[in-house]
Design a protein around this ligand. Structure first.
Ligand code: BMA
Length: 332
């Protein structure tokens, strides 16, 4: 009898120093650190904007800097960006999951983050030049909405924000456009959660900001598989047209990274890998993916943009070819 052997290509290698940051590194009292935004600073060092959950269960953001992006992190002595519910009531229950985009036209970094309001989680935007002073633009997508990032440049004259509203029919990835970063419209469905048994059925979200390549915006997204006992957060890939980013060119069928290591499988929330940021090395290809592990620590996995594109060429399909395009039956 023939034995069926499945081999899976490894697109990301976990760093042996994982988890690279956790509560035990922190200079002040807290519960956990996870889901960090990331960027390279002009001097080539790495900045992580970490989500820190305190012992009330509320989150704030704190900066950690490192010359090599792996160790010797210099962590701010106290919270870098605290919720400010007096001026911004939408931040009442904390601020979470920042995604950083450097915007050359503004010569500033844009941070899209989840603000946890009395009315649910929404998307807020802030601008900063130095990660010390921040200009808040307030809520740009009202609840329930999260998993947002700004594209680094205008598309046909408009700013573009990717985000993930929740609906009773499923949570899908949308893109919206704005002339001024404050007023948003022209909302377009970008990527749908699949249905049925798929690993990315019913609820998906963008993970780090998309990577601009010559062939399109390469997006690492998470799919949430609800199981009888909990949920599994895994990562997949999709590619979108450069000047029409709501147009999906290809989407991988299988996940390409999933919780396997002990620090991803056990923690405050088991079975979660949740990247909010990456940096690209000088070679223009090596990607350092920073991800929250089990809502309890920050880990690093390294991959290659070229390898992700090659994987998508083999494992991806255009959305038209996909089974979700088949007409729904009445009982569906
Ligand atoms: C999502 C986000 C993340 C979190 C994940 C797993 O909905 O809120 O912040 O890491 O759940 O708990």
């Amino acid at each position: 009898m023939k034995t069926i052997m499945a081999t899976y290509e490894t697109l990301f290698r976990r760093h042996p120093a994982n988890p690279i940051l956790s509560g035990k590194n922190w200079p002040y009292s807290m519960n956990t650190v996870f889901n960090a935004g990331a960027t390279l600073l002009p001097d080539g060092s790495t900045l992580l904007l970490c989500r820190v959950e305190d012992r009330r269960g509320h989150s704030h953001l704190c900066v950690a800097r490192s010359v090599n992006g792996i160790d010797s992190w210099q962590i701010d002595d106290g919270p870098t960006l605290m919720p400010d519910p007096e001026k911004y009531p939408e931040e009442l229950w904390g601020i979470e999951d920042p995604r950083i985009t450097y915007v050359p036209e503004l010569k500033q970094y844009a941070i899209a983050y989840t603000s946890y309001s009395r009315g649910g989680p929404g998307v807020s935007l802030a601008l900063t030049k130095n990660f010390r002073e921040f200009e808040r633009l307030g809520v740009v997508m009202s609840p329930d909405d999260k998993d947002a990032a700004l594209l680094p440049r205008r598309i046909n004259g408009s700013w573009a924000l990717i985000h993930r509203p929740m609906t009773p029919l499923g949570s899908h990835i949308w893109i919206s456009y704005s002339p001024d970063l404050r007023h948003w419209g022209n909302h377009k469905l970008m990527l749908e959660a699949r249905r049925g048994a798929w690993w990315d059925a019913n609820r998906i979200g963008m993970s780090p900001p998309p990577i601009e390549t010559a062939r399109g915006w390469l997006m690492i997204y998470h799919g949430i598989r609800k199981t009888p006992s909990s949920s599994i957060y895994r990562l997949g890939l999709a590619l979108f047209a450069l000047e029409q980013p709501e147009k999906c060119l290809a989407r991988g069928d299988s996940w390409m990274f999933a919780p396997e290591a002990y620090y991803e499988r056990q923690g405050d929330v088991q079975d979660v890998v949740f990247p909010c940021g990456y940096t690209v090395a000088e070679d223009g290809d090596t990607i350092n993916l920073y991800y929250g592990a089990a809502d309890s620590s920050i880990a690093l996995a390294q991959g290659s943009i070229r390898a992700m594109m090659a994987w998508l060429d083999v494992n991806g399909h255009s959305e038209q070819a996909h089974d979700r395009r088949q007409p729904h039956v009445a009982s569906d």
